[in-house]
Ligand binder design. Structure first.
Ligand code: AMP
Length: 548
């Protein structure tokens, strides 16, 4: 396919707004394309150059592009920038500049799709000191041979912003339509291969080729994602479910063949170099060739650290050795997508889990399987107690669906909301917390009176418990067994997942999954939540469909 034909197709698409019309236009182009051209056309029309799994990048900034445009059009870079400001679009600016220029030049080497792609691959491969100069020459060469309309799309492709409104879903449907394939099969192949270009090539071969797709090591697969939901709903719908702690860290996908491995982030960037200790831990955890999915968390003094500290580590590729000492990174592995040449994403979670446990020796995230709400809620509490973010509930029979935020993974997190409440009592802690208060009775106010609302026992670090003890030890007004009562002097911000009507406490409400958030030393007792506002919140909650 000539690049001018591709450009005309883009121009036609740019003039359309309806998705079905776009699908129709694209699907009519695909059958005539060769096996080489198909993947390139499919990626280009979505404004992408390389497969989604690929780490390749063109490495051309707008400045370099403007410089090349200026050179080819015979104008200064400033004029290029001005033209872009006037047209509001690099593509249109290039087109107009080339149109003026082409009145004086007659010689063009014809560009075709495959040649353009190879030139772009060459540009991406140029690395090192002189690479910017080499890239500039290559871009000049490409643009120098472009007709004005080709220039419009070439420039936009180089910035990976095609602006013709064609999304992945439309291209997927166009592939299905062009080759008479089942859209679900096309989608499934996309999930495994993470490259619609290759999927189109297979669709042209036939349904068997699409059916037989395999995950390839070192081609990262999109991560399966989770939706919000509730424990009772999941149990009602599925009976027995798998519950895992929800770790608050950074998602990773680890690929390993023999001793060679790479690690990818949630956005599928290669982060191997940033995490040498995690890599060593995972390499030592299995002798098999695998792709495993997990979350790495930061641990300091035995407790998980906030997500941000892990992120910093992902970003800090320098000073890696120094960073390893500061905080300990621990991977938690919860899924397996590939094992010794076999693609596992279509197996039910229960079977994947069995395989995972069979081949990975360490770092597997514990899983509780139960249809009993009490058991799952206990696991939830244990997760929060241990300082984790919440719980993940997973449907046992579900496949691994790359890139999908479906109902097969449900996340349960507390703190839809928080309340500022007075601390009016406590119970002594246990074990290593025996010398401090361990759980607290908190109250709201109603017409000048304090009304107990909940007990709060989770969400505290050891340091926070020590601090709270210091703040309250002189305010004890009564003792009875393990219980103490305080003169109200301290306000806690308390998170919860739901307000419930309850006969247990005088106010008639109780908090579900209460959790300490922080001390509000900026607030006095008179400023705590009123029973009336809690009633209002309850009403609002009752009117909203989703509470967690
Ligand atoms: P969210 O980012 O709030 O949509 O929650 C989903 C994220 O939770 C996933 O992308 C993972 O990074 C993370 N996560 C933590 N623990 C787990 C787990 N046990 N299973 C799956 N995802 C988990």
């Amino acid at each position: 396919m000539l690049f001018i034909e591709f450009s005309r197709c883009c121009e036609r698409l740019e003039g359309l707004s309806g998705r079905l019309e776009m699908i129709d236009v694209i699907s009519r182009e695909l059958p005539a394309l060769s096996a080489d051209e198909l993947p390139i056309f499919v990626r280009f029309v979505m404004g992408r150059i390389f497969p989604d799994w690929s780490q390749a990048q063109l490495g051309i900034g707008p400045n370099l592009l403007y410089e090349a445009i200026g050179y080819v059009a015979g104008v200064k870079k400033d004029e290029v920038v001005e033209k872009i400001n006037v047209t509001g679009d690099v593509g249109k600016a290039v087109e107009e500049l080339l149109a003026i220029k082409s009145q004086t030049t007659f010689f063009h080497e014809e560009l075709d799709l495959v040649r353009v792609y190879h030139e772009l691959m060459t540009i991406a491969a140029q690395e090192g000191k002189k690479s910017q100069r080499e890239k500039l020459l290559s871009v000049r060469r490409l643009l120098g041979n472009a007709h004005p309309l080709e220039g419009r799309y070439l420039a936009r492709i180089m910035l990976e912003e095609l602006r013709i409104g064609v999304g992945e879903g439309s291209v997927r449907d166009a592939i299905a339509k062009a080759f008479n394939a089942d859209a679900a099969l096309v989608e499934h192949a996309m999930q495994a291969l993470n490259d619609l270009g290759e999927v189109a090539r297979l669709a042209k071969i036939g349904p068997e080729a699409l059916q037989e797709v395999h995950i390839t090591l070192f081609h990262p697969v999109r991560m399966m994602l989770a939706q919000a939901g509730t424990i009772p709903d999941m149990i009602k719908e599925h009976g027995e479910i798998a519950a895992e702690y929800k770790y608050d860290g950074s998602r990773f996908q680890f690929h390993k063949r023999g001793n060679w491995c790479r690690m990818y982030s949630r956005r599928l960037e290669d982060v191997t170099g940033a995490l040498p200790d995690v890599i060593q831990q995972l390499l030592g955890a299995t002798d098999h060739d695998v792709i495993i999915d997990g979350e790495v968390i930061a641990i300091k003094d035995g407790r998980p650290m906030p997500f941000q500290s892990v992120l910093r580590r992902f970003r800090r590729r320098h000073d890696v050795a120094g960073a390893s000492v500061e905080i300990k990174l621990v991977p938690h592995v919860f899924d397996i997508l590939y094992l010794d040449g076999e693609t596992l994403i279509d197996l039910p979670l229960s079977e994947r889990r069995r395989k995972l446990e069979g081949v990975v020796n360490f770092f597997i995230a514990p899983q509780v399987v139960s249809a009993d709400q009490t058991v799952i809620e206990q696991t939830y509490r244990a997760a929060l107690d241990a300082g984790h973010e919440g719980l993940m509930l997973k449907v046992h029979s579900s496949p691994y669906s790359p890139g999908q935020r479906g109902k097969n993974w449900i996340k349960i997190k507390p703190e839809v909301d928080t309340l500022d409440l007075a601390v009016i009592g406590a119970e002594w802690g246990e074990g290593k917390r025996a010398h401090v208060f361990g759980s607290f009775l908190v109250a709201c106010q109603d017409q000048g009176k304090l009304i107990p609302l909940s007990r709060v026992a989770t969400g505290f670090s050891d340091e926070q418990l020590a601090e709270v003890y210091d703040l309250l030890k002189d305010s004890v007004t009564a003792k009875s067994g393990k219980e103490v009562t305080f003169e109200p002097v301290l306000v806690f911000e308390v998170g919860y997942s739901e307000l419930q009507v309850s006969p247990t406490y005088q106010g008639g409400f109780a908090l579900r999954f209460p959790r300490f958030v922080r001390i509000r030393d900026d607030k006095g007792i008179s400023e705590i939540e009123t029973l009336e506002s809690i009633r209002d919140r309850y009403q609002r909650q009752a009117n909203s469909p989703q509470v967690q």
